[in-house]
Design a protein around this ligand. Structure first.
Ligand code: PLP
Length: 414
């Protein structure tokens, strides 16, 4: 495809890259599970990876492949695999690339379900060091001869710590370690993941990319920066042809074909519709989040606001150098002791109390008692999650309406 700007690609990529039949502007949603071959040799060749094609839609379908192509193009990677959810992308990738005896270094600031999945794989004999990824030295100190991967989020959910992404990326590259990055909070509109040397991008499509709270999905993009020929865990059977694709091939075979968390064709279509307006939505979301954070930080009902766009955020300078068009749409807030967080949330009338983020609508949630409930008080303390913490996912409404909703809730309780 002729080199187009990111925002142009968002609306033309489907037509330009995938060339749907009959001049269709979108790749259609094709629900066939099975595929017919005139010559059985072609079927065998597709099975064995000698020819491109689909044999069974658990492994690939035209709808999934079209979305993969677009997401890969937007990140400038060498290939992508879509999954049923963001958690499916994360779990399939880890389970496909790691084995008992391996060691990984992960952020101590992680989405609660990811943290809980890591506890599961510890039970399979993979050792995990949880470190403060805002400090590169902590990552370096945790390293040992079995370290295979470093994993963190770009802006951590929910307290918004910003990892030393550039430092970690360069260190991983120098040490031949996979740098797997959950960039759900900062899709490619906001962060150039190749510039910080990420090897694998894991993104929940359910959040900003789908954007409308009507579809679940996840994706893995291989940026092409990791040298798979130096990775011990690639099965010989997948060490074929271009070594840039070895990792993807193994994840596709083990994580998608064998584990089966496939993105449904209709879901792929819905995600690609949401994707078209990603930049517009994120611009508005970031501007609204910045304005709401500014309002909250000086409010007498508020003890603390966590948002990377605020000058006093501990990693504000780093965030400024990393994120291109804003600081994301997530902020979290600790209210003064005099305000009961549940009463506060019940007093909001426009903002929806719901467990989701990256939506067009502004959402809010008490976080310690919900998503991070199972993590327990000790882990929550290490993650910086106060019992009273409220996570806000800022939407694209008119900012005056959002501020007025918060004003009314404070007025009712103070
Ligand atoms: N990663 C992050 C940072 C998330 O916030 C979430 C969900 O909230 C996920 C991954 C999981 O995504 P999904 O809900 O699509 O499984």
């Amino acid at each position: 495809m002729k080199k187009l700007a990111f925002d142009t690609k968002l609306v033309h990529a489907d037509r330009k890259i995938n060339k749907p039949q009959f001049g269709a502007v979108h790749e259609s949603s094709n629900n066939s599970v099975l595929f017919e071959f005139e010559d059985v040799q072609d079927l065998v060749d597709v099975f064995q990876g000698k020819k491109l094609g689909h044999v069974y839609s658990r492994s690939s379908s035209s709808s999934a492949v079209s979305l993969q192509n677009i997401l890969n193009e937007l990140e400038g990677g060498v290939g992508a695999i879509v999954f049923a959810t963001g958690m499916a992308a994360i779990s399939a990738t880890f389970l496909s690339l790691l084995k008992a005896g391996d060691h990984i270094i992960v952020s101590q600031y992680l989405f609660g379900n990811t943290r809980s999945f890591l506890a599961t794989i510890e039970g399979f004999g993979i050792s995990v060091s949880y470190v403060d990824v805002t400090e590169l030295s902590q990552v370096q100190q945790a390293h040992n001869e079995n370290t295979k991967m470093v994993f963190c989020e770009t802006i951590a959910n929910p307290v918004t710590q910003v990892a030393d992404l550039k430092g970690i990326g360069e260190w991983c590259e120098a040490n031949n370690i996979i740098f797997a990055l959950d960039n759900t909070m900062t899709p490619s509109v906001l962060l150039d993941s190749k510039a910080i040397k990420a090897s694998l991008l894991l993104t929940s499509l359910t959040k900003y990319i789908g954007g409308h709270g009507n579809v679940l999905g996840g994706v893995l993009v291989d940026t092409g920066l990791f040298d798979w020929s130096k990775y011990d865990n690639i099965d010989e059977i997948y060490q074929v042809e271009n070594q840039q694709h070895w990792g993807l091939t193994q994840i596709k075979k083990r994580g998608l074909r064998d584990m089966g968390a496939t993105l449904a064709p209709q879901s792929a279509h819905l995600v690609s519709m949401g994707l078209e307006t990603l930049t517009m939505r994120l611009r508005k979301t970031c501007a609204n989040a910045q304005a709401l954070a500014k309002y909250l930080v000086t409010h007498r009902g508020v003890r603390a606001v966590h948002y990377p766009g605020l000058d006093k955020h501990p990693q504000h300078e780093r965030a400024k150098s990393l994120f291109k068009r804003g600081y994301g749409g997530i902020l979290s807030v600790e209210l003064n002791d005099s305000i009961n967080p549940h009463e506060f949330l019940n007093s909001l009338s426009l903002v929806i109390s719901a467990t989701h983020l990256g939506d067009t609508r502004t959402l809010a949630l008490p976080i310690a008692s919900t998503v991070f409930y199972e993590n327990g008080p000790e882990e929550r303390r290490k993650m910086g999650i106060a019992d009273s913490l409220i996570r806000i996912s800022v939407g694209i409404e008119d900012i005056e309406d959002i501020l007025s909703d918060f004003d009314s809730a404070f007025a009712a309780l103070l």
